[in-house]
Design a protein around this ligand. Structure first.
Ligand code: 3HC
Ligand code: NAI
Length: 645
């Protein structure tokens, strides 16, 4: 039974127990309705506490049911029964109260929460809007502007903020269950059902903010629908607003965007799983070493520090170590400014950080992540040194973008402890982590990678060893296709505009300018030296680099960068046209659709090859990578989902 009803004197306790996250599946809905019905027949009961077993309050409707026809009892009906119950219901919240879970709490007469609880309406992130009264009840408890933020961004709030905005009545002191019972015995005056109250009046900032949030959502439908539902809740009688909300919710459930976003939700959780790791315990991990404190090393060190690890960063010289420290401290200072750290936690975080120039400083590290220059000789030398200096069970990881990790692993006596951990720049911001699986890697090293991803709050995807793993290999393929389009008649800003219109936050060429063109240039030179240049090789990017145009950092790249703007540059047009002429290519115009067709076909073909070769375990891993590494629009479900419908 996923819902149990017990009584203690005049108090009834309804416990939802539906692991892992107490989602409101059919059985739970039926159990709650049944409990409400029974309690209405028990006049001795003065108050009802609804709480959850396990790690969390209800995390929402059961997303697994979304592909199927809705089964009665429907959540809105269950919640009306609770709201209109004879004895007042009190929601006792721990962990997360999300989506339908928060809607359940909103239907209660009172809400109390553990101080660590988080409350939110994340339905928009699944292409939906709240479907059981969330848009109608929330603005009857909190300011219209606060309701707008929660409903349209989908971001949860913590319990303290929830109390400040009027969403919860009390923060639990001590044990939540005990606190709930004492709250139930000393109930405040009954404020009546939430639906019976008037919605808060929106202030002048409501509409401009609503429009800004809709603009920010770009191609995604649900934020606009969420704003519309909230506007209805603020202006119509509650019953009409509820009916509108439900109709919109049901329509969105069948929208391809919500199917795509549910696909991504499950794909992201599956990507970090590997059959061979079933039953393997996560290794001990508290002390992290980082080798190389440049762009990536500093970002990785900061990411680890921000999540509570002790970090020692190894550099070549004292000057380089000082520069690395400045980079890391810069990121932490930024976290302080943005309120991610308090002055106290900032000081504590800095106290866990050390720099060094001797490998023996890494003797205590459980995991060492190498992020030195992209050069096989340098990396092998570093790994040999780590092999000698680190404890024998330390896991040694490389952040290489393109190099063969099998070869790096051979620099170590026991290659079982070498794994690839490929972060994306900026490493403390980007959510994706490719865990690269070399031929001889042991389970412990892989489990260490997975444990690190979890602790850093990153989405892990396992990838086999190949040139560029999953992300960079696909990027190389569609970059080459875009370069061929340049020769054939397109211009960089036309390709970028087509990508932005499709839903990418930024086009490929603009992104390259931001990252710098030199890393890929070095990689191309290496491939050329190895005789691995394709017959249809396009020289245009090399010509740009040879002209000193290395991207935004040099003021010129694919674009001319002036006053913070990226401008189309006639010099680049001339260079491209000259190259087409040299190859005897007659240039033709490309429409945005033609551009995107060619890009998508290339991504899908390369993605399929990666799956066929076993580099990725499943097609949905390609979707997860493209969305989280390159901003492929999430609401499309990713390139492989788009292809397979
Ligand atoms: N339905 C079904 N399964 C769910 C679920 C849900 N709402 N939420 C989480 N799960 C499953 C996950 O798939 C995973 O299953 P698995 O172990 O078999 O892969 C398991 O629960 C644990 O989830 P996580 O790995 O994500 O665990 P975390 O501890 O990292 O996160 C969480 C927990 C914060 C609750 C996170 O899972 C989450 O954000 N869940 C989605 C919440 C959500 O979007 N709710 C709204 C649903 S829509 C709705 O409620 C409509 C309503 O308005 C009518
Ligand atoms: P970088 O040039 O900014 O930093 C490299 C750092 O390593 C320098 O500070 C250098 O002093 C240090 N270093 C070199 N040899 C060393 C040694 N023997 N011991 C200790 N420190 C040493 O390079 P970046 O961009 O940080 O790249 C590092 C690695 O990360 C490369 O393998 C790169 O391919 C990979 N990578 C880079 C990404 C990016 O966007 N820049 C993204 C993902 C991976």
């Amino acid at each position: 039974m996923s819902v149990q009803l017990t009584t203690e004197g005049r108090i009834a306790i309804v416990t939802i127990d539906n692991p892992p996250v107490n989602a409101l599946g059919q059985e739970v809905r039926a159990g709650l309705l049944d409990a409400a019905g029974q309690l209405d027949q028990m006049p001795e009961i003065a108050a009802v506490i609804v709480k959850c077993a396990g790690r969390s309050f209800v995390a929402g409707a059961d997303i697994r049911e979304f592909g199927k026809p809705p089964q009665p009892p429907h959540l809105p009906d269950v919640l009306l029964a609770i709201e209109n119950a004879r004895a007042p219901w009190i929601a006792a919240i721990h962990g997360t109260a999300l989506g339908g879970g928060l809607e359940l709490a909103l239907a209660c007469r009172f809400r109390i929460a553990d101080p660590r609880a988080r409350l939110g309406l994340p339905e928009v992130t699944l292409g939906l809007i709240p479907g059981a009264g969330g848009t109608v009840r929330l603005p009857r408890l909190v300011a219209a502007e606060d309701a707008l933020e929660m409903i349209v961004t989908g971001k949860p709030v913590n319990a303290t903020r929830a109390q400040a905005m009027g969403l919860i009545d009390a923060l639990a002191e001590g044990d939540l269950s005990e606190f709930a019972k004492s709250f139930a015995q000393n109930l405040p005056d009954d404020p009546g059902p939430v639906l019976g109250r008037a919605p808060k009046t929106p202030g002048p900032e409501f509409e401009p903010r609503a429009e800004a949030l809709i603009r920010r959502a770009r191609g995604q439908n649900s934020p606009r629908a969420a704003v519309d539902a909230l506007r209805a809740a603020l202006s119509l009688p509650a019953d009409q607003a509820l009916a509108r909300e439900r109709a919109k919710f049901l329509a969105l459930r069948d929208d391809p965007q919500s199917k795509a976003l549910s696909h991504v939700f499950f794909a992201e959780r599956q990507a970090g799983r590997l059959d061979r790791l079933k039953g393997v315990d996560a290794p001990e991990l508290s002390d992290v070493g980082v080798v190389g404190g440049g762009t990536m090393g500093a970002g990785i060190a900061a990411a680890c520090l921000l999540r509570g690890f002790t970090v020692t960063l190894l550099e070549q010289t004292h000057e380089a170590a000082k520069a690395a420290r400045d980079r890391v401290e810069g990121i932490l200072a930024d976290s302080l400014t943005r309120g991610v750290l308090t002055p106290r936690s900032h000081a504590a975080t800095l106290a866990r950080f050390a720099t060094a120039t001797e490998a023996r400083a890494l003797a205590r590290a459980d995991l060492v992540i190498e992020a030195v220059f992209e050069d096989m000789g340098v990396k092998r030398e570093v790994f040999a040194r780590l092999d000698a200096a680190c404890k024998s069970d330390a896991v040694l990881a490389s952040n290489t973008s393109y190099l063969d990790i099998n070869e790096i692993a051979r620099a170590v006596a026991d290659p079982a402890r070498v794994v690839g951990l490929h972060f994306f720049s900026p490493a403390h911001v980007m959510k994706l982590l490719e865990i690269v699986v070399p031929d001889q890697v042991g389970d412990r090293a892989l489990a260490m990678g997975a444990a690190l991803a979890k602790r850093l709050g990153k989405i892990a995807v396992f990838a086999g060893v190949c040139d560029g793993f999953i992300a960079n290999r696909i990027m190389s393929a569609y970059r080459a296709e875009c370069e061929r389009m340049l020769e054939a008649g397109a211009l960089p800003w036309e390709i970028d505009a087509a990508m932005v219109e499709f839903g990418f936050p930024m086009g490929l060429f603009r992104m390259q300018d931001l990252a710098g063109l030199d890393i890929a240039w070095a990689m191309r030179k290496r491939r050329a030296a190895e005789g691995r240049q394709p017959a249809d090789y396009v020289r245009i990017p090399d010509l740009l680099c040879e002209a000193g145009r290395l991207g935004q950092k040099t003021g010129r790249g694919w674009y001319l960068h002036q006053d913070g703007k990226a401008l189309p540059d006639p010099e680049v047009t001339a260079l491209i046209e000259a190259e087409s002429a040299r190859k005897g290519i007659t240039r033709t115009r490309f429409s945005a659709d033609q551009i995107m067709n060619r890009i998508l076909t290339t991504i899908q073909a390369e993605g399929q090859a990666i799956v066929d070769e076993g580099i990725a375990a499943r097609a949905s891993d390609i979707d997860v990578v493209m969305i989280n590494a390159f901003g492929f629009p999430r609401w499309s479900g990713g390139p492989m989902h788009l292809h397979d419908g």
